[in-house]
Design a protein around this ligand. Structure first.
Ligand SMILES: [Zn+2]
Length: 494
């Protein structure tokens, strides 16, 4: 009995100790998310990036090189064989990536560099290119490469092997049965037929006067060999015989291929963030048009991802009050989504421009412990806010909380209450600047408050209908620009 009590008390103590951190007790650290190193075409090596971050006081650096940079076009009906030959013979279609460098080597490199910079938390990740497709045809001169710049950041996978096998067009999508697979039976039959024709001896009968000459003919052998080789070529092209769920020759597949990647990463304990979702990319490479339309709609079509990049890449349609993010959070409140999604600030630093730019966009993490695990946990539970335009250099969101008489909830958390929620926002600044803060509840701005210097905003939300689940989030705005976005705090009534 006594031992049962002890276990109970240990359990209560553990539980209590894990939930007693208040806003001030979390360590706020600025993180740079999405650097490209020279492993996949960035200007600086991982070591140089670490040095830059240390000098610029970026405490956490999440480097996300490309998983693969392989693009392939093959000609119907032997797409795979011809695509492979073109790639190998011309050497075109592949640039540097983790896949070339080796995921094991990539992980090892980070471990080595991380050990040399004890003040920096250096985390390897991947910017995945799961999908692209072709439009038009080379014969008509209108071949277009679509959606190549639709990217997702994969962070927190534990094994190099899991990174190596991320689902993509280059790696191949899972294969599944479709009636199209039956065509391989035809090629197998014609291959056998070819062998039979090849082996059937045929002789030519030639009469010389009344004398009969039997001359062996090679015609059958030629026809048989041709049929056999052609069938073999089709079988090689279709190997391993079941068609992949997605490939680059069947047009746009909406959110489908991206969902496969998200599910794969979730099953292995990692996180996925949509990278630059509102960016449109148009360019010409080797005379071929490469076009990626903005893909914010895919945030609605897919489920289970951890978050997305707000601001430069995701404010016009997603992060604005009443935008796609609010729609998604509302779906979560209604129980239509299993989990909410979080906003991060995405740096996308390839080394162009000044090195100070590594501070332009920051994701400020509230860490329970200053370690790689602490960083991944904050990202996973949404305990962070995003800033741009170097705002993290002069501004700190010291507190954003929603409380009742008994409990306080911070970003990413849920307050369960019957009462009217009390909202508290506290900024600290090192430069006197004027801006305003917008408080958003369920997609609508419920209050705009001017901030002069450091400021506290505090009020009871008496207008909320106290039923179901709602959420609050804030934006700091200067002029027409939002430069700080918090993650939401949920309130569940009843
Ligand atoms: Zn990208």
């Amino acid at each position: 009995m006594e031992s049962a009590n002890r276990i109970l008390w240990t359990f209560i103590a553990l539980f209590a100790s894990s939930t007693t951190l208040t806003a001030g007790e979390y360590l706020q650290v600025p993180a740079g998310i999405h650097f490209d190193s020279d492993v996949s075409g960035g200007k600086y090596s991982v070591e140089e990036l670490a040095k830059i971050c240390r000098e610029e006081d970026v405490v956490v650096a999440i480097v996300t090189d490309h998983d693969n940079m392989r693009v392939e076009y093959g000609v119907f009906p032997l797409r795979k064989v011809t695509g492979f030959l073109v790639r190998k013979l011309t050497g075109k279609g592949e640039r540097n990536s983790i896949s070339n460098f080796g995921a094991e080597n990539y992980f090892r490199l980070f471990e080595e560099v991380d050990a040399r910079y004890p003040d920096l938390i250096l985390i390897p990740g991947v910017e995945a290119i799961p999908f692209y497709y072709w439009e038009g045809s080379p014969w008509r001169g209108n071949l277009r490469l679509m959606r190549l710049h639709e990217h997702l950041l994969v962070i927190g996978l534990k094994n190099a092997e899991d990174y190596q096998h991320l689902p993509s067009i280059a790696n191949g999508y899972p294969r599944e049965f479709s009636p199209k697979a039956l065509i391989n039976l035809i090629w197998a039959t014609t291959a056998l037929l070819g062998i039979r024709i090849f082996r059937r001896r045929k002789v030519k009968r030639i009469y010389l006067g009344n004398q009969l000459l039997l001359v062996p003919s090679r015609r059958n052998q030629g026809i048989g060999a041709l049929i056999f080789l052609a069938s073999l070529l089709f079988l090689i092209n279709n190997y391993p015989f079941l068609p992949p769920k997605y490939d680059q020759y069947h047009g746009d597949q909406d959110g489908g291929p991206y969902q496969v990647l998200i599910d794969y990463v979730n099953q292995r304990g990692g996180m996925v963030f949509w990278a630059h979702p509102e960016v449109e990319q148009k360019m010409k490479v080797n005379g071929i048009e490469v076009y990626t339309p903005p893909y914010h709609e895919h945030l609605i079509e897919t489920h289970g991802y951890t978050g997305f990049a707000i601001f430069w890449e995701g404010m016009k349609h997603i992060g604005k009050p009443g935008g796609i993010w609010d729609r998604i959070l509302h779906e979560y409140c209604l129980g239509k989504r299993k989990r909410p999604v979080w906003a991060i600030g995405e740096l996308d630093f390839e080394g162009e421009g000044r090195v100070e730019n590594v501070k332009e966009m920051a994701t400020v993490l509230l860490l329970g412990e200053k370690s790689q695990e602490g960083v991944l946990e904050a990202l996973r539970v949404g305990r962070m806010y995003a800033t741009r335009n170097f705002a993290s250099q002069w501004l700190t969101l010291e507190e954003f909380s929603v409380s009742d008489t008994y409990e306080v909830a911070y970003m990413g958390e849920t307050l369960r209450t019957h009462d009217c929620p009390h909202i508290r926002i506290k900024f600290a600044v090192t430069q006197p600047k004027e801006f305003r803060v917008q408080v958003i509840r369920d997609g609508k701005i419920i209050g705009t408050f001017p901030i002069h210097g450091s400021g506290v905003v505090e009020f009871d939300d008496r207008t909320v209908l106290r039923s179901g689940k709602v959420y609050y989030r804030i934006l700091a705005v200067g002029g027409d620009w939002a430069f700080l976005a918090s993650n939401p705090i949920f309130v569940e009534f009843g």
